[in-house]
Design a protein around this ligand. Structure first.
Ligand SMILES: [Zn+2]
Ligand SMILES: [Zn+2]
Length: 387
């Protein structure tokens, strides 16, 4: 990192000039390269990345581009580094930054909106109206690391201080990468109304967000919480995270099961995390009249929806993007209090150099992989693939 006026560093955390970074070439092609270590500007801190989790959305970005948007277009062959679920140690502070200190461990949320549009002003910075406008003449200051700016599959990254979340001392690096996942579930439940004590919730789809959705809903006092899915091993983890009932939809009709488990009238809320083709129709038939459905996943194809049922029953549908309204801070508070054990969904750790192997584990769910983490340091010899 080149020294710059007003940037604070410490001899305890020396910052090199260059770093290892994975760079996206053509679709599906990642290459390990050397890049300059970026420098924090006003309202930014430089993190040494200590751990980064692989998210299904990273796989989308690497293979298909969207929802990443680099220089106004697809992210391929633009020297772009993906990865967005990372945590690390603050090693340099931009001019005027005193909200964090060098040496502090933090995790990150993804979206720093422009800070000046209507949605940013409302706390909905994940829906910033200037999304992706962070370059050239249209530079509005928007950042979504790993989507519109460089992300975390590297050794150092700059973050707007608004995206930093201080973590409890006892929280491991791996667990800290899961704060943003829990934060996404928290944001969904916030948008549905937030205070769900004593209200009934179905979570559909036991992926990382769904599983932590169960945990967050329970921590917020929801009852009962019902988890639906197709894989018994994941449903079992859902039980460990607090689900009162689990339904394997291969064995039983999901809508009928939910109605049976909750007295016939349906539930107050559905958090849809499966992205299955019939998910929206199932969800609107799982909620009661006036119930609310949060869509946190999406199918790839357009699907017909029973709109008449939605209208006749006053059902509310919410689409959410990411983790707005500081939901990650509230999720971290639950985790710091050990209200649930998010580490139950962390299954594998690889060295940063082994990212392609780590991605293969995540994508093909090798060895029942759920959350796969890579670390630039502190990981011994590469694991032998168990296949
Ligand atoms: Zn993610
Ligand atoms: Zn904005």
């Amino acid at each position: 990192m080149a020294a710059a006026a007003g940037v604070k560093t410490s001899p305890d955390f020396p910052v090199p000039k260059t770093m290892k970074a994975w760079v996206l070439g053509n679709p599906g092609e990642l290459a390990l390269a050397q890049k300059p270590v970026p420098m924090p500007r006003r309202a930014e801190a430089l993190l040494r990345i200590d751990a980064v989790a692989i998210c299904a959305t990273d796989l989308e970005v690497i293979d298909h581009g969207a929802p990443a948007l680099i220089q106004g277009g697809p992210p391929f062959n633009k020297n772009f580094t993906p990865g967005h679920e990372y945590m690390g140690t603050v090693v340099a502070l931009g001019p005027g930054v005193d909200e964090y200190r060098i040496g502090q461990r933090v995790t990150v949320e993804i979206h720093a909106g422009c800070g000046q549009c209507k949605r940013c002003r409302e706390g909905m910075y994940t829906s910033c109206l200037n999304y992706g406008l962070n370059y050239g003449d249209v530079d509005k200051g928007h950042r979504a690391n790993g989507f519109t700016t460089d992300g975390g599959f590297c050794e150092y990254q700059v973050n707007n201080i608004n995206t930093l979340v201080a973590i409890a001392d006892g929280m491991s690096d791996e667990e800290a990468t899961l704060v943003v996942t829990a934060g996404t579930a928290m944001y969904g439940l916030t948008e549905l109304g937030g205070l769900i004590a004593g209200e009934s919730v179905v979570v559909t789809g036991p992926g990382p967000i769904g599983l932590l959705g169960v945990a967050v809903a329970k921590a917020l006092g929801a009852f009962p919480v019902i988890l639906t899915g197709t894989r018994d091993n994941r449903l079992r983890i859902g039980r460990e995270l607090g689900a009162d009932h689990v339904v394997n939809v291969r064995n039983e009709d999901a809508v009928a099961a939910v109605r049976r488990l909750n007295g016939g009238k349906g539930v107050d809320y559905v958090l849809e995390c499966s992205g299955a083709a019939n998910a929206v129709n199932d969800a609107i038939h799982m909620v009661n009249r006036g119930g609310k459905v949060c869509l946190a996943a999406f199918p790839h194809a357009e699907t017909p929806v029973d709109i008449a049922h939605i209208v006749r029953n006053n059902i509310y549908l919410y689409g959410i993007r990411g983790e707005g309204k500081s939901a990650t801070h509230r999720a971290e508070a639950f985790m710091a209090q050990k209200r649930f054990d998010a580490t139950k969904i962390h299954t594998h750790t690889f060295a940063l150099d082994e990212l392609p192997t780590a991605i293969r584990y995540a994508k093909e769910r090798i060895d029942d992989a759920i959350k796969v983490v890579v670390k630039a340091r502190g990981v011994a010899a590469p694991r032998v693939a168990a296949e």
